[in-house]
Design a binder for this molecule. Structure first.
Ligand code: C2E
Ligand code: MG
Ligand code: MG
Length: 600
């Protein structure tokens, strides 16, 4: 073996041997290959030196006068801080029992005296190489390949070490920050995974930079570490924070760092992150192993709150958050059961022609019949249904139930039945692979013409997965379905894009309608939308009309249809036909007359 094959850089080798000649020889053979040699001439001296210097390898003589090699070996292997150091036993004896003892007590190899140059070098080399591989593997198991940051396992270790090192007086408090990039999936889906990866790498770099070089962060902590613990999730450990405000301050700085513009090649965009914090700033409180887990869980709960309060912000954990989350988890479970048992019913709200006052269409709106809480509003459970994916099943039930009801009205009450039925569709339903087939099948099964079915999609939802949603809407329109944009004016669509969307009707959101009689800006905006809609051949329904003045203004501006408490609140299916009969009697001719609100 030549000198260059000893590849471990400058290893430190401890020789524990009472024989001076053995030291000389080993030193000559190993020193020439770049190893630093430490010499111990007794077992006792060897143990002390191993503790103090943590060598990469120990050559341990079997026979020594004070403590024999086997006892030293057992001691070294029993000591946690030394157990990983590989040990090669050195012996002049041929006794086979010795070989057995060597390996059974944890030595990795043995070598006979007098040393043969090539044998000693080969064995030392092989052992050091193995040690390096083990070290590399251990390091790889602790780090994240994409960002080179420590991973969750390494973070947990670091947190445990920190918790046990705190002596309750000097080190100050600790805080855990759970950092999660906002809408990361959108970047991945729209710009591709390669850009998604670069966003994660750049975010990791910015977090690290802020934590190691931002002077205002450094003033508030005496050590920080960051780890990547999931797709777009990072954990930060702050040591030495003295108040919750410190932790919040650091979090705000990290949010700012991640909010700067990102530029990757031709792509340039902004991103943001949300942060949940769990802090333990009272340094007189002793922490234990359970606290590590508890802090991470609490930071996660606080993160959930940060996300639900609009993202791009930090929230500090408090107990109320836990009970809110528990309520939410309970509600989710109950909604799951309700979906199986179909504990829902539909209510129907008329949509009238503003000029004549006649009922033209009807919107189906879902209600949850909760066993304890009574009727639950869709605003309280549709978002949960969307997050959990239950919306697909619930939506299919709505579609089926509404169309059955509509078909029955048409058959039994052809004069009073509305001309069309409006059904709310969540984006998730729309982008499901078989949505088109499902809708066309239900419509056919109930003998309804697709042109009488108005699918309401909210503006903000339509703007996500734009290309795909537009494609599905086009197909639906081709076979006759009408597409209504719900809650128009609350999303982000540019009015100028209107004629590019396959849209039949805009439903102007009630938040705009509510203000048209008092707020000039709202009035101008609604008037403008109506003019634009007329030019692009799109019809308009004004939602949430509560006042006669609102109805009058809208009609004057050319709005064809209106829906709101002024005409009627949503009502159960059985009430609809009697209501429509009496309503249409009053509105058979002429303009819509002001009328008392009918309660469901
Ligand atoms: P939306 O589709 O915009 O429905 C109109 C909402 O405004 C209904 O609330 C209706 O009761 C209410 N509303 C109507 N007129 C007035 C008024 O004059 N004043 C006021 N203050 N409110 C009025 P609801 O039934 O609570 O539904 C809330 C939202 O839940 C709906 O908004 C819709 O986005 C969603 N939703 C309801 N049913 C379904 C469903 O079956 N599927 C899906 N995906 N979403 C649904
Ligand atoms: Mg609607
Ligand atoms: Mg609406």
């Amino acid at each position: 073996m030549n000198n260059t094959t000893l590849q471990v850089d400058h290893p430190t080798v401890l020789i524990i041997d009472d024989c001076v000649d053995s030291h000389r020889l080993a030193e000559r053979l190993l020193g020439s290959v770049g190893a630093t040699i430490l010499n111990a001439y007794s077992g006792r001296e060897g143990l002390a030196m191993a503790m103090a210097r943590q060598p990469d390898l120990i050559l341990l003589d079997y026979q020594m006068p004070d403590i024999d090699g086997l006892t030293v070996l057992k001691f070294l292997k029993g000591e946690p801080t030394l157990a990983a150091i590989p040990i090669i036993m050195v012996t002049a004896s041929d006794d086979p029992q010795l070989v057995v003892d060597t390996f059974s007590n944890g030595a990795v190899d043995y070598v006979r005296k007098p040393f043969l140059q090539s044998e000693l070098q080969a064995r030392v080399h092989a052992t050091l190489k193995m040690r390096r591989m083990i070290q590399d593997l251990a390091a790889a198991a602790q780090s994240d390949a994409l960002t080179q940051l420590p991973n969750r396992m390494a973070f947990n270790r670091q947190l445990m070490r920190t918790i046990f090192r705190r002596d309750g007086s000097k080190l100050g408090g600790i805080a855990i920050l759970f950092v999660d990039l906002d809408r990361f999936k959108l970047v991945n889906d729209s710009l591709g995974h390669a850009i998604g990866d670069r966003l994660i790498q750049e975010s990791a770099k910015r977090l690290q930079q802020a934590l190691t070089s931002n002077p205002s962060i450094l003033r508030r902590t005496h050590a920080c570490s960051v780890a990547r613990v999931g797709g777009d999730e990072f954990l930060v450990l702050l040591e030495g924070v003295v108040s919750d405000a410190d932790a919040l301050f650091v979090a705000e700085n990290l949010i700012n760092a991640l909010s700067e513009r990102y530029t990757f090649g031709t792509h340039s965009f902004y991103s943001s992150c949300s942060i949940g914090i769990s802090a333990s700033c009272d340094n007189t409180v002793q922490l234990g192993a359970d606290d590590a887990d508890r802090h991470i869980r609490n930071a996660d709960i606080a993160l959930y709150e940060a996300k639900s309060s609009g993202r791009g912000c930090a929230r500090l954990f408090d107990q109320a958050m836990r009970s809110r989350l528990e309520d939410r988890v309970r509600l989710e479970g109950e909604l799951r059961a309700a979906t199986v048992n179909k504990d829902f019913h539909l209510v129907y709200q008329p949509i009238v022609q503003l000029k004549t006052g006649r009922i033209e269409f009807v919107e189906a709106l879902i209600r949850w019949d909760h066993r304890e809480q009574g009727v639950v509003s869709p605003s309280d459970f549709i978002p949960i249904a969307e997050e959990t994916g239950l919306i697909n099943e619930i939506g299919a039930w709505c579609m089926q139930t509404a169309l059955e009801q509509f078909s029955q009205w048409k058959k039994c009450f052809p004069l009073e039945a509305p001309q069309g039925i409006n059904i709310n569709i969540a984006r998730q339903q729309l982008i499901r692979p078989r949505f088109f087939e499902q809708v066309t099948e239900v419509v056919a099964a109930n003998h309804i013409s697709p042109s009488q079915v108005h699918l309401e999609i909210t503006e903000s939802e339509m703007m996500q997965d734009l290309d795909f949603s537009v494609e599905v809407m086009r197909r639906l329109r081709q076979v006759g379905f009408k597409i209504h944009i719900d809650d128009f004016g609350t999303g982000y669509s540019s009015l100028a894009c209107l004629n590019q969307f396959p849209v039949d009707t805009l439903k102007i959101d009630r938040s705009l309608i509510a203000n048209i009689t008092t707020d000039r800006y709202a009035a101008k905006l609604v008037e403008f939308v109506l003019r634009l809609a007329q030019e692009t051949n799109v019809s308009v329904i004004a939602e949430g009309i509560e006042l006669d003045d609102q109805a009058r203004m809208l009609e004057k501006w050319g709005c064809q249809f209106g829906q709101g408490y002024l005409m009627a609140r949503p009502m159960v299916g059985e009430s609809f036909i009697p209501f429509a009969k009496s309503w249409n009697l009053q509105h058979n001719t002429g303009r819509m007359r002001p009328r008392r609100t009918i309660r469901s």
